[in-house]
Structures are given as C-alpha cells and as structure tokens.
Ligand binder design. Sequence first.
Ligand code: HDL
Ligand code: ZN
Length: 415
Amino acid sequence: MSTSVLSSDQIRTAVAEELQAAQFIDIHTHLYKASLGPIGLWGIDELITYHYLEAELFRFSDITPGQYFNLSKTAKADLIWKTLFLDNTPLSEATRGVIAVLNAFNLPTSGDLTEARAFFASRNLADHTREVFRLAGISEAVMTNDPLDPDPLFRPVLRLDRILNKWDQHWHILQAKGFDVHADGSGRTMAEVRRFLEGWVELMNPVYMAVSLPDTFAYPEPSLRVRFLRESVLPICLARSIPMSLMIGVRYLVNPELKLAGDGVGKADLRAVERICLDFPENRFFISLLSRENQHELCVYARKFANLLPFGCWWFLNNPSVVEEMTRERLEMLGTSFIPQHSDARVLEQVIYKWRNTRRTLTPILAASYQNLREDGRSVTRDDIRRDINRLFRSNFENFILPAKAHVCPHDQAL
Ligand code: HDL
Ligand code: ZN
C-alpha cells in the first residue's frame, strides 16, 4: 500500500514506474502460440516484411509490387532492410519498431542481417515467447483464432469475418460439413449458422467474438450480414455471455496490388453502433474504429451506452500523434472506463516495441491528468495510479468478458 500523497513533480515518475511495473493484457493480436507449430510469425525476416513496412517500401523504391511479391522471404527482407533502414533513416513508427526489437536483444541496427538471423535461428520458440512477453510487459495475448488446447499466455477469440463479410465465398464450406445453409440465407441458414458457431464456442471457449467491418457498415439494413448478427451471432453472445468486438472503418484493398498492405480507411456512420447498442442492451460490445474522424463521437456514444467499451488505437491510428489525441479525449470524457491500446501484433516480437511505445506515449498524458486533478484540489497517491492503470489495461477487459452479473441496487442490499 502506498497512500503517501505525491507532489506535482513526483507524479510523472510514479506514472512511468507504475506503467513499467504493470503486466498488461493484449486483447487483440494476430499471434499464435508456439504449440501450434509453424503458423505463428516471428524472427527478423517476418519483422522486416510486416505489411506496414511493405507499404512503406513502395514509397522509397521503384520496385513494383508484382516484382516484390515474386521475391523470396529473405530477398524481400534484404530489400526492405537496405531501402528503409540503410539507404534511408528509419523514422516511421513501424521502422523504428524493428530497431527497438533489435536493440532489445542487443543485435546490430546497421550492416546486414547475418547476426540477427543467426540469433533468431538459435532461439527455442516457447522460451523465446516467454522472454518476448516479459520484455513487452504483457501477461497474456488474445489471438484471433484459437487452437484447441489451453495456454496461459494466449486466449482465444472467434473471428467471424468470413461468415459476416464473405458468406458468398464460404457458405459451401458449412454445407459440405453438413449444415443446411444456402447462399441467399434462405431456409434454415440462420439457425444452422448459429449451430455451427455454438459448436465452435463449445470447442474454443472464446473470450469474445470479433469481426472487422467496412466503413460502409450499416445497421439496420436488409443484408445477410445484419441478419447473421441479429439472428445467429448476437443471440449466442447473449446466451453464452460473450462480448462482440466490432472493428469498423476498413476500406478493403484500395490498392489490391499491395495485398495485405492494400487496405485503406473510411469514416463510418456510427448510427449503426447506436442502433445495435439500443437493440441489444444486454449484449456487450468492444468497439474499435479505424478513422481518426470517428473517435470523438465514439467517446460520446460510450457515454450513452454502458454496454459499449471503446478499445485500442487501431492500425493506422497506432502512431504517437494520434494515440495522444485519442487517449486524452477518452480520459476527459470516459475517465478510466476504456481500454487504451492493443498491439495488433502479427509478428511475435512486435509486442516489445508496440507496448514500449504505448507506455512512452501514455506516461505524459496520464501524468498531466493527475496533475490537473491535484491542482483542482484532490491529492494523488501511487495507489491511485496503480489502481487506474490496472483498470485501463486489465480489469476493464476482465470484467467485460465475465458473465454479466445481476445488478443489485445498493438499496436492495440494505433491505
Ligand atoms: O482486421 C484486423 O484485425 C486488422 O488488424 C488487420 O489484421 C490489419 O491488417 C492489421 O494487421 N492491422 O494492424
Ligand atoms: Zn487486427
């Protein structure tokens, strides 16, 4: 316990120390646990060929995407390394992140990749994963797809993009598995998709369900996607007390040639979020939006709907200049009732720099909030800071995924 009151000039140090000491839960990643074998991405060649860096390569090099994607993984990494890290200064968020990972393992940040490749090749993945989580200061990461065996470092999510966004390309897979479904959603399709998902919920025990949605997402609308949400997905989420994560604002493949790096961003109409929260007041929604222009109104909606939990500075927003603006407006409008960040890591070691950057960016923002509070007349202790950081990076998530408790009014308890 530390109830000692902090002076103004002690606050920032206390915030930095408490952020450093806290173990975060990373609620949205594209990582896979070691026991799954070779499907998880890790090591220097995967770090350097991250699709964020591929997008940056094409701005500095005259190689075409067609020529680039025909190269071997090693050749791609060598080209990106030379172009973005040697011939130019790695000043972007994604290039600086690779430097931070190399530095974390005392590897050279200039010259060629020989020593880095030898280092990562020497690592045992299970041990390496634990070391990476330790360096990142995270106790667990939530994956987008689950394998079937429990692992304390990784927790599962049931990702629904193919059902909700690409039913026309995937309905036949369910039909081949014996589910009575149809391309047009007719007949018993909705009930059968619910049965399919209930089977996966039984198998995976997901902490939440998730879907990425386009900037044009509308609700209500006479679409199969909305019918699946209303008739199949959200009823299961309610019955099993599983939150639904809606990540809205993607303009898919604005440049198809760039493949995974080809997606863009668009401002969404948040009346869809408003209506879903109203229509499903017992369901709980993690909401992350891709457009900077949607962020302030998301804070307003979070003030209207307690079943809406804003999370993260997603994808193109995960840069200090935007993270600062989003986090400040969330603190001002929501206090600590939101989840500031997730890593969205695709390559294991990215959690090291993504979480270091989060701590570095949030320290002055949180410190300023406490200093304002102190100037307004309420003292601040290290216990306050520790409790608030735990809420921001752990218990807001943990409480949201717990089965909904019956609300007991203080008056009732007194009776
Ligand atoms: O849909 C998502 O979960 C996004 O995060 C995409 O995976 C995106 O390509 C990404 O990696 N963002 O960081
Ligand atoms: Zn993601």
